[in-house]
Every structure is written in C-alpha cells, then in structure tokens.
Design a protein around this ligand. Structure first.
Ligand code: GLA
Length: 642
C-alpha cells in the first residue's frame, strides 16, 4: 500500500516523537552549509619537511627548499606553502607556558630577551611570496616523542616542559603561531590523544603524563568521535580569532580515524584519510584508496588528504619514474593536497619535471574542485575520471599490479556520447592521440598510469550528472548511524610490524557513506533489477545539498536499491529548492521500479535531496539510489562551472 504524502509527513512527526524539540537533521535549510575557505578553494600545495628529513629539519634545509620552489618556477605553479613539520620545538617554558623554538636548528629564531620567535623566518618566506606552515599536536605530546626516540630534536626538560602539544594551551599557542609568528597553516597531529595511555611503555619509560586515549585506531567503537571533533573545533575557533581574514589552513591529522571523513570539512580545510604514507608502492596504494572512494566528501575549501607526496624516495625515486609519475597523477586526479617531501636542493631534473608538470597540476587545481570519481574498479586496474571546468574531463588509467594490463576505455565511462569522436591529450607527452569513437584500448606496463585530458560530446547534452560534479554536492547528512571500517582500502604488509601479527585490518570508518556512481557499499546502483552506471548512492535518512548553478530542472530516477539490507521499510525521496518542497516520490519500497522525479528549479540556488524512512521495522541500513540524478537546462554543464 502506498502511503499518502500527508500521512508520510504525519508519520515522520509521530516517529520523531517527544524528542521533536531537537532539530530535525533532514529538514531543509535552504542553503549550502559547507564552510568556505579563501585559502583552500583548490587543494593546498607546497613543500613539507617531514618526508624529506623527519625530525632532522633545520632552517637551512627549509629555506633551501623555499628558494628552490621560487627559482624553479614551482611556486608560480601553486606550490606556495612551506611547512615545518615535527622537530622544531625545544620546550614549553614553564614560567608562562610559551613555546620555545630550538634555535640551534632555527638560528633566526633566537631573538633578544631570551625569547624565541619564528617571525624573522616567516617574514623571510612571505618576502619570497610564499606561505608558512607549522606543526603541532592536539594532545600534550607529539608523535616524535613516541616514535622518534633517538632523534636529536625531541623536546627537552621536565615532564611539563616537554608538553609541547596544544592540549590546555589552545588559545595561547594559536595566538603565538598565527598572530605573533604569522604562520598561515597549522597541521595538528593526534598522537597526544592516541598513544600516551596510562601504563604504556612509552609513557613510563620517558616520564610523560598519561593521556587516556580518545582514539583507538583499530576500533571506531572505542574512539570518542565527539570529543576528538570538539578538540579540533576549538583549534579552528582560535585560528578564526587570531586570523580573522580566513586566509589560513587547518590540516587535521587523525590519520582517517575518529570518523573524520564525516566532519573534517566542518572543522578544517583538509584531513588525513590514512596513516602515514611510506615510499613503498603498496603503501601508496593504501593511502590513495583511503581517499579515492570519498569523492562526495571533498569540495572547494575541504579536501581529502591521503598524505604528502613521497616522490624522490624508495619506490618513487629517480630510478622508478613510472611509479613516481603514477603517484603524482593519482594525487592530482583525486584533488589531494600536493606537498613535496623531498630535499629540493638536490632534486634531479627528472623529478622536477614530475612536480612541475603544469598540465597535471592544473588538473589538480581546477577551480570546479570536483574530485575524480572511479569509473572502473578492480584490484588490478582502475579508471578515474574528473570533470574539469573547461568542459573537458581528465582521466587516469592505472595499472596497480606487476603484470602488463590491457585496459578498455569507453565513452560510457567518460559520460560522453558513444557515437561522436573523443580526443585524448596525453598530459605527460603533450601529444594528442588520434580520436576514437565508442571505445579504445591501452596496454599499461606494470605500475604504469596514463593521464589524459579528454574532450568529446557529452552524453547528457544539456546538463550535468551530479556524480560528475561532486564538488557541487555537500553531504550534509549521510545516514550512517554506526560508522563502519571500509574494507576496500588496499592492505599492505604492516610498515612497523612486518608480517609478525595477523595482518592489516580495515580500520577507517567510511563504509556506508555517500558515493558517486556506486552504492554506499561500493555496489552497482540497481533498482528493481535495472542497473544504472550513473547516480548517487546514499543511505536513507540523508540530506544532500547541491549547488544549482542556474540549472532549470532537476531530474532523477529514484528507488530503494536492490542491495539494501533493510528490505522492509519504506522511504520517501524529497527534493527541495532553497528550502521549499519541489517534488516528492511518495513512499517507496524494496522491489518497486524506480520512479522519475523531476523538479523545476528556476531561480533556485541550492537543491536539497532528502531520503526519509517511513516507519522503522528494522534498524538495518536502507540503501537508496538517485539514479541518473542530473541538473539540466539553463546552460548547466555547457559552460565553465566555477
Ligand atoms: C605523524 C604524522 C606524520 C608526521 C609525524 C611527525 O606520524 O601522521 O605526517 O607529521 O607524525 O612526527
């Protein structure tokens, strides 16, 4: 039986029950709620000391890198942030809590009066036209104090003096870093709330104050997500106080834990999606996978961060340019922040040409901010497609394995017309290939990737599929009730444990989150036996905000996805325009054919797509599909979408 729309609304109210006083997260707000950030409209780019020097950082090394960025032209391409990572601090002065810099390695920080200041250093970077970044920890102690115990650059002194992290000092430290020292960027790590448990050997042996962990990287259930978020939110608020112009970046470094995928965009401008990258091929794949399946969670001002580039070392050194190029292309196409982690004072030209590939940097920095979406996935090869603002696409074909692979590229994967010529320009060689129609094939060497800019005739001639423009979709509520680890991230041999333990387990929550061109559990979108290669997959009880960009109408085929585990409850699909209800599907159940949903949009700025459960027979996740969801007319998709 189909419920009338009135009874659906009434039922929703009844279900909300006595708690109706709490705001309904599915109620339309009529606005785009993702915060903006002047400093991070495109993925931040620059250089960081960590992958090059770990804690053995010093002023000459950093300024040497800065000079190279300027002299080589990389700065002009966008590599502007010069970030000092862990290792800079000497101690926290106990008389007034002020952080002291290790002036032995940062000589310009030695100022008269016994203080130390990074101001001369940041002045120097700013005078070079660059931006300055610094590192801290959200707890009392940093990562090096647990993991780099032989470092000559660990904080010194009493237990209290070695508490260099932000905990209990947020306002004071942020004022120092942003107002007094004039930094533009702060990376905030999380070891201080993770590895200093009472009784832990590192605590006992080094005389640290214990911190009952808020993060358990192996268990989302044992992680206090709300508390972690509120600690970081306090840092963001302090930065807003001391850097009111908004020209600042807060980089969250909880390594994908604490369900940061969901809330990172509301607190910082970028958030790490995985543990640390190492210069190993499979570790790079692991980092890539942790971010590549979250296209709908990134957008201008908010980026998935699979960690800094390791080009130049190990599997990505100058003897392995195939791997190095692939690493770069992958980071570029998923809009990862691009931070070089190499001693630029002695970088060979072959590596400089990788970081300096202006076409590939342009793909990463495209103003539309649409993260590449996976169009074909297997454990062996992948095709990733990204919409560019000039109406073209960028694609990466990736061979993840150790055997040559034949890869077919189809017009459908590109969402281009199958009967019109498609042109590919190779972004490494600059060469344009002979056009193809319908389908073409490449053979890729082991670990090789191909990067192309693609032009053709759009399959949807008068509009954009929403899965083509993930940067214009804000997942305000994704319907995930109990965050679950994502099982599709590549699992490599443990970087610290080797094969001594039982093996790498899925740990990053994110499974069940909204997906472009797939269900929340990475299955093909399918309603009542009919599959769709295009659409948004999201759990019921979700609300997506979409920038309308002058489109005349919204269209989709909606229904309960065949993959749903909740096959009993009904759900309703609702479309709002600037807060007004424009269209609704009526209650729909598993097994029912998809229904067309269409809404006229004239003048609408923000479309909201809501799926609301009707009734609660079970708490199992109900998978809903906005198949072929698109904005059409009004020039949508034809002109640049910036
Ligand atoms: C953590 C971070 C790294 C780096 C080190 C510094 O491991 O994830 O990126 O900042 O700490 O100790």
């Amino acid at each position: 039986m189909r419920l009338s729309t009135l009874s659906v609304a009434a039922l929703a109210l009844v279900l909300a029950g006595p708690a109706a006083a709490t705001p309904d997260p599915l109620a339309p707000t009529g606005r785009w709620s993702a915060p903006d950030s002047a400093a991070a409209r495109t993925p931040p780019m620059g250089w960081s000391s960590w992958n090059a020097f770990r804690t053995e950082v010093d002023e000459a090394k950093v300024l040497g890198a800065a000079q190279q960025l300027v002299d080589s032209g990389l700065a002009k391409l966008g590599y502007r942030y010069v970030n000092v990572d862990d290792g800079w601090w000497l101690k926290r002065r106990t008389s007034d809590g002020r952080l002291m810099i290790r002036t032995r390695i940062f000589p310009s920080a030695a100022v008269t009066g016994g203080d130390s200041s990074f101001r001369p250093f940041t002045d120097r970077l700013h005078a070079m036209g660059l931006k300055a970044g610094l590192y801290s920890d959200i707890g009392r102690n940093a990562c090096s104090q647990a993991y780099d115990l032989h470092s000559p650059n660990l904080p010194e002194g009493t237990t209290a003096e070695r508490e260099v992290g932000l905990y209990g000092h947020v306002d004071q430290d942020v004022a120092l870093y942003f107002r007094d020292w004039n930094f533009d960027y702060l990376k905030v790590d999380a070891c201080g709330i993770n590895v200093y448990a009472p009784g832990a050997p590192v605590v006992v042996q080094n005389g640290y104050r214990a911190f009952p962990p808020l993060i358990d990287q192996a268990s989302i259930n044992r992680t206090d997500v709300a508390q972690v978020r509120s600690l970081y939110a306090a840092v963001a608020a302090a930065i807003a106080r001391y850097r009111p112009d908004g020209d600042s970046i807060l980089a969250l470094c909880t390594w994908g834990s604490a369900d940061v995928r969901r809330w990172g965009k509301e607190v910082g401008q970028m958030w790490r999606t995985s543990q640390d990258i190492t210069p190993h091929w499979t570790r790079m794949l692991h980092s890539f996978d942790s971010a590549s399946t979250r296209a709908l969670y990134a957008k201008p001002g908010a980026w998935n961060d699979p960690d800094m580039l390791f080009i130049g070392q190990g599997d990505f050194d100058a003897q392995h340019l195939t791997e190095a190029r692939t690493h770069f292309a992958l980071w570029a196409i998923i809009n990862a922040p691009l931070f070089i982690g190499y001693d630029l004072r002695q970088a060979p030209d072959s590596l400089m040409r990788i970081w300096g590939n202006a076409d590939i940097v342009r793909v990463n920095q495209d103003p539309g901010g649409h993260q590449g979406v996976i169009a074909y996935a297997s454990d062996d090869v992948q095709t990733i497609v990204k919409t560019l603002s000039n109406g073209h696409k960028a694609i990466v074909l990736l061979n993840r394995g150790l055997a040559p692979a034949e890869m077919n590229l189809t017009a459908a994967q590109l969402k281009l017309a199958p009967d019109a010529p498609i042109a590919l320009r190779d972004l490494w060689s600059g060469r344009t290939l002979a056009p193809f129609t319908g389908e073409t094939t490449f053979t890729l060497a082991p670990r090789e990737s191909r990067v192309f800019e693609v032009s053709g005739t759009r399959r949807l001639r008068d509009g954009m599929y929403l899965s083509e423009v993930p940067g214009d979709v804000n997942v305000a509520v994704d319907g995930v009730v109990a965050p679950e680890p994502d099982p599709v991230v590549h699992r490599m041999i443990g970087q610290w444990s080797g094969t001594r333990d039982t093996g790498e387990r899925p740990i990053y929550a994110g499974w069940g989150g909204a997906q472009a061109d797939a269900t929340p559990y990475d299955q093909t979108l399918q309603v009542a036996g009919r599959s769709y290669d295009t659409g948004l997959g999201v759990l019921a009880q979700s609300r997506l905000e979409v920038r309308a960009r002058g489109a005349e109408r919204f269209e989709a085929m909606v229904g309960v996805d065949d993959s749903t585990r909740d096959t009993r409850d009904a759900v309703e699909f609702l479309v709002y325009g600037d807060g007004r209800l424009l269209a609704r599907s009526g209650a729909m159940r598993f097994g029912e054919a998809a229904r067309p949903l269409r809404a006229e949009l004239r003048g609408v700025r923000v479309v909201e797509l809501v799926t609301r459960k009707v009734g609660r027979a079970t708490d199992l996740p109900l998978v809903t599909t906005w198949a072929n969801a698109a904005l059409r007319g009004g020039g949508a998709g034809l002109a640049s979408r910036q």
